[in-house]
Design a protein around this ligand. Structure first.
Ligand code: GYE
Length: 308
């Protein structure tokens, strides 16, 4: 009996997995859903999660990763704020033999042995989808205000790239103002206010293209306060598909969004399990996908999503 007890205590310890998660922050509804997905999935699988919110600052994330290494976690999940500057700390993780899994935005490295895999959507394609939709609606004639995401973040770089790639085929469509609003609702409102002022109150503007729903939701307020009707006087298109934005579409204040899957917890811990089991055949990129949503299905989609 004693030895059976000792054995079970022993194996319980051997099985407990500790994972550190260095998250960007809580700048958007999408990000919050993503954090919740990781927390819920860890709890479900009996994994001990150390969660660090970097408040959109890379220096905080680097500190978090260093502290995970010092605590000798079994694996690290990193959702990086920006692409550059990760080499030193990822080398430290490798030296400590702690596998790192990149979630969402990318890291710029010239040594891909520093991470196991990246689980992410194709941000360039999201930009293309948004632009194709807008060019169809506006018949290729459109003066656009762009609200960019965080400077240096893959989601901002690639969404702009994809959007501009499509726009380049339409000589009568152009981005007349573009500025970062850091992926937040408050900044989205503030920046949109100033861009509308700079554009004669927004009268000649055909569309708002925002790199995420959160900024679009802030900008919608600014458009209203400028005396225009968002979704009617001005097309509003963005990315993420958060419940609040479905509500805005159902209310007629926004027109379209490209959905981004926030449920990264399951796939992330699947990879953690595989890598700790010694699986060497994990692909370097695991894609999540999403599609375009518009006003016609918004009310029903909102009902489905608001409780999740
Ligand atoms: O679209 C936005 C956010 O990195 C793709 O980050 C992500 C973006 C997402 O906070 O809402």
């Amino acid at each position: 009996v004693l030895s059976a007890l000792a054995l079970s205590v022993c194996s319980a310890t051997a099985w407990a997995t500790t994972v550190g998660f260095a998250q960007v922050g809580s700048e958007s509804g999408w990000r919050t859903q993503f954090s919740e997905s990781v927390k819920a999935e860890a709890a479900k699988r009996g994994i001990e999660l150390k969660f660090a919110d970097a408040q959109q600052k890379q220096e905080n994330q680097i500190k978090a990763v260093r502290s995970f290494i010092a605590q000798r976690v079994d694996a690290i999940l990193l959702a990086p704020v920006v692409e550059t500057g990760w080499m030193p700390v990822l080398r430290e993780a490798k030296r400590a033999r702690i596998p790192v899994i990149i979630l969402d935005r990318n890291v710029a490295l010239n040594d891909d042995s520093l991470y196991v895999t990246r689980i992410a959507s194709d941000f360039t394609e999201e930009g293309r989808i948004a632009a194709r939709w807008l060019m169809q609606q506006s018949k290729g004639q459109c003066s656009i205000i762009e609200l960019q995401g965080t400077v240096g973040a893959t989601a901002a770089i690639d969404r702009a790239k994809g959007f501009n790639e499509v726009l380049a085929q339409y000589p009568d469509a152009k981005i007349v103002r573009s500025q970062t609003a850091e992926f937040t609702r408050a900044k989205g409102k503030e920046v949109m206010e100033s861009l509308l002022k700079a554009e004669n109150g927004g009268k000649g503007i055909c569309a708002l293209w925002a790199h995420n729903d959160e900024m679009a939701l802030g900008a919608i307020q600014a458009i209203k306060e400028a005396g225009l009707a968002p979704g009617k006087d001005m097309w509003v298109v963005s990315v993420d598909g958060v419940p609040d934005y479905f509500k805005a579409m159902a209310d007629g204040d926004a027109n379209a969004t490209v959905e981004l899957n926030p449920h990264l917890g399951g796939p992330a811990f699947d990879v953690v399990g595989k890598v700790l089991d010694g699986d060497k055949a994990i692909p370097k990129l695991i894609r999540t996908t999403g599609g375009l949503f518009t006003q016609d299905t918004a009310a029903a989609e909102y009902e489905k999503r608001r409780l999740n």
